[in-house]
Design a protein around this ligand. Structure first.
Ligand SMILES: [Zn+2]
Length: 74
């Protein structure tokens, strides 16, 4: 379903966003997400798999962790 009320340049359905330790805990949508990408907030654990990737179940955005992993606090 298309509820877009304004033209935008987001023609790509598969978006990929690089995240760093600074962005953790990662949740989607991001604070700067466009209105059309808004959905209930969901937390994504990009560090859970070896590839450092997490796909948002709502909007399909792929988040890829990049850079230095945060130091564990234990
Ligand atoms: Zn999302």
């Amino acid at each position: 379903m298309t509820t877009a009320t304004q033209a935008n340049t987001a023609s790509d359905s598969a978006r990929e966003i690089a995240v760093t330790a600074h962005d953790l805990p990662l949740h989607c949508p991001r604070p700067d997400a466009p209105l059309w990408a808004r959905h209930p907030r969901v937390f994504l654990d990009v560090l859970k798999n070896a590839a450092g990737e997490a796909v948002c179940p709502y909007c399909g955005t792929t988040y890829r962790f990049t850079g230095e992993k945060p130091k564990g606090h234990h």
